[in-house]
Design a binder for this molecule. Sequence first.
Ligand code: NIG
Length: 446
Amino acid sequence: MQPSRLAQLCHNPRVRPTSTLPPRASLIENARLVTLAPQHGEHGPRRGERLRDLSIIERGWLVSMDGRIAALGAGEVDAKWNEVVGARRINAHGNVVMPAFIDCHTHACWAGERYDETAMRLAGREYLDILACGGGIISTVRAVRASSTDALAHTLTTHLARMRAKGTGAVEVKSGYGLSEDAELRMLDAITRVAAMDADWMPPIVPTFLGAHAIPSDNEAWPSACIAMLPRVVARFGKLQCDAFCERSAWSPQQCAELFTAARALGMPCSVHVDQFNALGFLSQALALGVRSVAHLEASTAGELAHAAASHAVGIFLPGSGMHLDLRFADARRFIAQGGAPAIATNCNPGSSPFFSMPLIIALATRFLQFTHSESICAATWNAAAALGLETQCGALAQGYRSDCIILPTQDERALAYEYGSAEPETVILGGRVITGSNGLRESLV
Ligand code: NIG
């Protein structure tokens, strides 16, 4: 095909090939496309009715070119694309094709495991009690400090591979198990190294600075040291998201407020773990400080939840923690009914939520958070992307978006929520390349 013909086909500059190499194009056809497509340049998280509109195209097709969605539509594939894609085709046989999930809250970079805590909790010890006694998060801190940056990067890679096999594209990954300047910087080094390794075509890994995850007993002055290191974090890694765990035995509301004031002055977007076990009154304060998301909310009062629902911030619900720890869940139904913008995430970590699967989280959200099927899909894709500021790149199937999509083993997307995490993708395509799938598919596209 002549380059001029190619350029003609690619109206969107973001899908125009950038080199003289032949385009890497492929086609998915005969698909039930759950697009969640934006309307009229829409950005920002969705609320209310918009959460339930999945913009489905029955019997649709989708063309990827050089990692982006070049075109999609209903019915027969436009003839002009046949020439471009050649033999690189997937017949979805009517099954659901939808955007890859966005996991917008994870602690996926860790070392060591915490299997012994299950026995402790069965014996009656609570999560915060284990933390206060130097276990929990602090036991992972000991393991991380003893690990090399290479080892941390390697383990993170294996965790990401497990997430991607379950259909996750973009992933947020927090530091927070270093809790000293050296160890926190090494965690961010490991996370950004993995992010850079993937950079040419894998979906984004979004690093978050979570120095405010706990206070180690060997360093009571850690909060002020952590705040003081923010300029060095920005100088080395850019304006990362800054997160904190506001809770008894972790950071106090006042310490969090000081951190966010300093972070905002440096241009870092902020997010907070708040009201997980105790409502300390920080939720409204965090909103006033301009956080872009508030995560957990299991213990929030009705008044604070209403305040969060009326705010600009995304509420990130993490049902994996309730499932793993204590069967306490946030009142997400109230939040949604009051016009809140919800996202859901795995919260993948070795202590409170050892889960890698977004299909499982979707199933938990419908059972324990009373999300509808459609709301849970939007919360795991578009709204999760919006929580990270990525919704103009991923979280939907639309022209110019990243070609990160999954093919489910079913013709009805409600199976995702209905089954208990077992409606996992048969095929995962990231940046237009098949990551998992039958050998036949892999060979035909790569
Ligand atoms: O969001 N609660 C704080 N952070 C994580 C748990 C981390 C851990 O236990 O290692 C959470 O649940």
